[in-house]
Structure formats: C-alpha cells, structure tokens
Design a protein. Structure first.
Length: 219
C-alpha cells in the first residue's frame, strides 16, 4: 500500500475538521476526493503532502511513518515524492515560465545543466516549450495551469496532488488538464484530485466523500 491514513484527527482553533478519517491509496491509483466546502478536503491533501501534521492518528507512506517526522524531514519527503497542483496557479509574475518551473530544482541545488535538461523535457512533454520565455501575465488560463503542472512534475514525483485543478478553467482547458492527469496516471503516477465537480470526479477510478470528518468510498 502506498498511502495509509489511520484514524486521522485534525482541528484548527478548536474547530474539529477531520475526526478519525481513514484512507488507503494504492500505487498507481487515480482517485477523487469530494465533499462540501469546509469539510477538510484541502486539509487532507496537506497532510498527505507533509505540509500539515495530524493531531492524532498515523500516516504511513510505503509503510514508513510520516506523521511523526521533523519539519526538515517532511520537507525532504515532500520534495522527493509529492507534486502539488493548485487551482490558482501560484506562479511568480517576475519570473518567466522556464524559471518558474525550475524553482523546485534550484531549491534542491540541482546543477544548471540538469535544470536545463529537466525543464526542457517537461516543457516538451506538456507541449508548452513555446511558452518558456513568456511571463505568467502572457499566458492563457490553460497554459498557466500546464505550467503549474510542469512545476509539479519537474522532479518526477510518485504522487500528484491536485486541489481543484480545473476550478478556474474554461471547458476546453478543463478537458485538457484532466486528459493530462489521466495520461500521467497511465504512466504510473498516483493521482489524488480534490474537486467539487462530479464530472471531474467520474474521470477517476474511485470517488471518496468526506462527511462529518470521515472519508468513505462512493457515498
């Protein structure tokens, strides 16, 4: 089992969000997480990514405990295993597309030659090589989302976490992004998508719903 969450509990300012949540995700699955606003969908992704720690419960990744690791260890875990795609494409306006994508590699102190190779490869694979010198303000919504995906993929993570990845896109761009997620899944990536859109969720193998702080399949 790739990801195991056991009896996860998480509260913010005395507001209990996750209340004994359990979830298992196998290597290579593509799953959707649904639920009403405020039920803890993004909190769940943050715990899987190692951004947040649960108050109680256990998080195992490949049977290794993640929930009790130090902040520095969690940062290394996230860098080596997780790619995060957000709805609002938090690209840096002062950097061009190439340098936006290169950021995670620079933080990892990868050589300039390897950065050039990796960024060029991911730009080519996502068919946005022609955008490499553009700045975020010059991109369409679909292009910006592909750049965000490229940044998430440039370190070749095992798991792609997508938080409402199509929420701000038009129908054509939405379809393109979901096709891309499915292609990544076919290549062996584990993809976990948080969405409120049933049409998006139905493109995944499994659908889970968060309700009353817990997670259940197909409800």
């Amino acid at each position: 089992m790739l990801i195991q969450l056991k009896n996860i509990q998480k509260s913010y300012k005395k507001n209990s969000v996750l209340k004994g949540l359990n979830l298992e995700v196998e290597q290579g699955e593509m799953i959707a997480i649904m639920g009403r606003s405020g039920v803890g969908k993004s909190t769940l992704l943050n715990i899987i990514a190692g951004i947040d720690k649960p108050d109680k419960g256990a998080y195992l990744y490949k049977n290794q405990p993640i929930h009790n690791q130090s902040i520095n260890s969690l940062a290394s875990f996230r860098r080596d295993n997780i790619g995060f795609i957000l709805q609002n494409n938090p690209l840096i306006d002062s950097k061009n597309v190439f340098n936006n994508i290169a950021l995670p590699l620079e933080y990892s102190r990868v050589s300039k030659e390897m950065i050039q190779k990796k960024v060029t490869n991911v730009l080519t694979n996502l068919e946005i090589l022609n955008c490499k010198d553009k700045y975020p303000s010059m991109l369409s919504g679909g292009e910006a989302q592909r750049v965000a995906i490229a940044r998430a993929l440039v370190q070749d993570p095992e798991v792609i976490l997508a938080d409402e990845p199509t929420g701000s896109l038009d129908e054509e761009s939405e379809e393109n992004v979901m096709n891309l997620c499915q292609e990544l899944n076919k290549e062996g990536k584990t993809v976990i998508i948080v969405t409120h859109d049933r049409r998006i969720a139905e493109k995944c193998e499994k659908i889970y719903n968060i309700k009353n702080g817990k997670c259940a399949e197909g409800e």
